[in-house]
Design a protein around this ligand. Structure first.
Ligand code: NAD
Length: 477
């Protein structure tokens, strides 16, 4: 397929900026290892200009009417839908996941913008009861310029999440998406620019991540940090934000447990879990990782799951025949190898996969491990890849103890036909999101986020808008 890959640019203070004398980063197609384009990286002066523009942009946008903000978000949603084939193809080229997946991502981003175009009208305050002639008003105001860092695993939806709620709230944003997948983020920003977002409201920057985050988070212009990525990087950015006491929304790593009870509908459960484990080659923060299966169906589950994972058709995400694309960058297959070697050296059994798919690009075969000791790295660190670890359990209490063992608390899943068990498990699990007989965790109107070391705050839903607002109380005598 011939696709016109976008000319990669920065967007600062209403201007698209090319490479000029700036440093460049090679963007690689993970399915072939070939170069897609050259990305300009910001210099310090660019970031200073972005900060000044964001400061000015905020003063304009905070005063815009609800109609003006809603019009921009609605129009951008329409443009993303019109351009869906192009945007989805760019994302597949850059990140590797299948076209079916990137189309869903683009559609979800349009839905999110549309949801916030409506939700922004419900930024209500309160009037408190006071003696006649006096008032106390509780006001909600936009927090201010936001520094947002989006990772590569959802190249369209992550930038969309970082922009939708702040723009709805009346904030300006400096967005630094991942350097691995810049074209998709650029197209999301282009939709907003074409929809008429005023200059200075959205800046798009790329650079050396640590340089950019230190520069932006060191500035008192930035009032809010919004980060999605690993727990380790998240803690580092929280420390940088502490100096200026910024507000933070942190969507960090996960290690999702799945509890499959004896009474689960096995065929449907395996269908859903195969899809969830291989979606985006497992590079999803809510991907199921530790599968705890009750004794009575353990053997049948293992047989069926092994067969399904082994049968996944791996290939270039642009091909309709591919069910799973490559991993996003060469770091990921290397990490899979280390996790699997560590587990098997400690006595784990490898039932399928465990090796790269031999072809160009960064492909890894869906892998299933059993009998993995609890101290193996993969039982404790986020694998972020298509590797499943399955272990048996007997009682509900035992399953809950396994599920809650780690410091992570992002997503968790349970499969059962018993309403009572579903209720108990929903209450007992320490996670920001629990899926009972379902694996889809994201929707425009539903809060998305974790607890414990998986972060704090929410994206999406009314809660995502609240993250971008601060409270002011005005007392009138
Ligand atoms: P990484 O931790 O180096 O990077 C993760 C993301 O954070 C990337 O987008 C990167 O550009 C950004 N980042 C890294 N250092 C930064 C800094 N100092 N300032 C600002 N941004 C910074 O790891 P990686 O190899 O790119 O990805 C692998 C790991 O990242 C995975 O193991 C997974 O835990 C995590 N990850 C999580 C998510 C998520 O949705 N929660 C998404 C992508 C990656």
């Amino acid at each position: 397929m011939t696709v016109c890959y976008p000319d990669l640019k920065l967007r600062i203070d209403g201007e698209w900026l090319g490479a000029g004398t700036r440093r460049r980063h090679q963007v690689i197609n993970p399915a072939t290892g070939t170069t897609l384009g050259e990305l300009p990286l910001v210099q310090g002066a660019d970031l200073d200009r972005a900060l000044e523009a964001a400061d000015r942009g905020f003063q304009v946008w905070r005063r815009a009417t609800a109609d003006e903000r809603a019009r921009v978000l609605k129009k951008a949603a329409d443009l993303i839908r019109e351009r869906i084939d192009y945007i989805a193809t760019i994302a597949t080229l850059e990140e590797g996941k299948t076209l079916a997946e990137t189309r869903i991502e683009a559609a979800a981003t349009a839905n999110l913008f549309e949801f916030y175009a409506e939700e922004l009208r419900r930024t209500y305050g309160r009037v408190l009861v006071r003696p006649t002639g006096t008032r106390s008003l509780v006001m909600k105001e936009p927090v201010g310029p936001v520094a947002a860092f989006a990772p590569w695993n959802f190249p369209i939806a992550n930038p969309g999440r970082k922009l939708g709620a702040p723009i709805a709230a009346g904030c300006s944003v400096i967005l630094k998406p991942a350097e691995e997948a810049p074209g998709s983020a650029l197209e999301v920003v282009r939709a907003l620019v074409d929809a008429g977002v005023p200059s200075g409201v959205v800046q798009l920057v790329f650079g050396v991540p640590d340089e950019v985050s230190r520069h932006l988070l060191g500035s008192s212009i930035i009032r809010q940090l919004s980060f999605t990525g690993s727990t380790a990087v998240g803690k580092h950015l929280l420390a940088l934000s502490a100096n200026t006491a910024k507000r933070t929304t942190m969507e960090l790593g996960g290690h999702a447990p799945v509890i499959v009870f004896d009474d689960a509908d096995l065929t449907r459960t395996i269908d859903l879990l195969t899809m969830a484990k291989t979606r985006n080659a497992g590079q999803v923060c809510v991907a199921p990782t530790r599968f705890y299966v009750q004794d009575g169906i353990y053997d049948r589950f293992i047989r069926a799951f092994t067969e399904r994972l082994a049968g996944i058709n791996i290939g270039d995400g642009l091909l309709a025949s591919s069910q799973m694309g490559p991993m996003a960058n060469p770091r990921r297959p290397a990490a899979m190898e280390r996790f699997i070697d560590d587990a098997t050296a400690r006595g784990a059994r490898l039932l399928t996969g465990g090796e790269p798919e031999v072809r160009k690009g960064f492909f890894w075969k869906p892998t299933l491990l059993t009998e993995v000791p609890v101290d193996a790295r993969i039982m404790n660190e986020e694998p972020f890849g298509p590797v499943a670890v399955v272990a048996p359990f007997s009682s509900l209490e035992e399953a809950i103890a396994h599920a809650n063992r780690l410091p992570y608390g992002l997503a968790a899943y349970a499969f059962t036909e018993s309403a009572k068990r579903a209720m108990l498990i929903g209450d007992a699990i320490e996670a920001g999101m629990v899926g009972i007989n379902i694996v889809v965790m994201a929707a425009a109107d539903a809060p998305f986020g974790g607890v414990k070391e998986s972060g704090h705050g929410s994206e999406d839903g009314p809660e995502g808008l609240q993250e971008c607002l601060v409270t002011k109380t005005i007392h009138h005598a």
